[in-house]
Write a protein that binds this ligand. Structure first.
Ligand code: GTP
Ligand code: MG
Length: 136
C-alpha cells in the first residue's frame, strides 16, 4: 500500500484545524500509520524544502515552518499521494477550489509566504525521502 507524508503546518495547528484536517483524510478512507507533533529544526526544514533553496520565498517559508508546532502524519492508502494532493487543493489558498482543505479553510493573509495549512508529498520518490526525514 502506498504511503505519503502529510504535514499540518503551523498555521493549521495554531488555528486548531488539526482535527478538521484529520477528519477529511480519514473520511476519504485513508489510514493513519503514525502521527506526531514536532517543533521542527531548521536543518530538517532546509532538507525538506531543498528543491526551493534559492527561491525568494525560501527564507520566509522556513521561518514560517519554524514558527510553531507541526503535526506530521504518515498516511496510507491506494494512490494516497495523488489523493491527498487532490484533497489539499492547489498551492495558493485564495484560489484553491472550494471543497478542498486549502480552498475551504485557507486564504491569503498578506504575508511573504503562502500559509496554506498542509503539505503533501508530490511523488513516490518525494514520499520516501520525506518520510525518512520526518519519521527517522
Ligand atoms: P507543499 O505541499 O507544501 O509542498 O505545497 P505545494 O507542493 O503546493 O507547493 P510547493 O512545493 O511548490 O511550495 C512549497 C511551499 O512554499 C508552498 O506550500 C507555499 O507555502 C510556499 N510557496 C510556494 N510557491 C510560493 C510562491 O510563489 N510564493 C510564496 N510566497 N510562497 C510560495
Ligand atoms: Mg511541494
Amino acid at each position: 500500500v502506498q504511503e505519503t507524508l502529510v504535514l499540518v503546518k503551523p498555521d493549521g495547528v495554531a488555528r486548531n484545524l488539526s482535527g478538521e484536517i484529520l477528519r477529511r483524510i480519514e473520511a476519504k478512507g485513508y489510514s493513519l500509520v503514525d502521527i506526531k507533533l514536532v517543533q521542527a529544526e531548521r536543518s530538517l526544514l532546509a532538507e525538506h524544502y531543498a528543491e526551493h533553496a534559492g527561491k525568494p520565498f525560501f527564507e520566509p517559508l522556513v521561518e514560517f515552518m519554524e514558527s510553531g508546532q507541526i503535526l506530521a502524519l504518515r498516511v496510507a492508502g491506494d494512490r494516497v499521494i495523488e489523493g491527498f494532493r487532490a484533497l489539499a487543493g492547489t498551492t495558493d489558498p485564495t484560489t484553491a477550489a472550494p471543497g478542498t482543505i486549502r480552498g475551504d479553510l485557507g486564504r491569503d493573509w498578506g504575508l511573504k509566504v503562502q500559509q496554506n495549512l498542509v503539505h503533501g508529498s508530490d511523488s513516490p520518490e518525494s514520499a520516501a525521502r520525506e518520510l525518512a526525514l520526518w519519521f527517522a
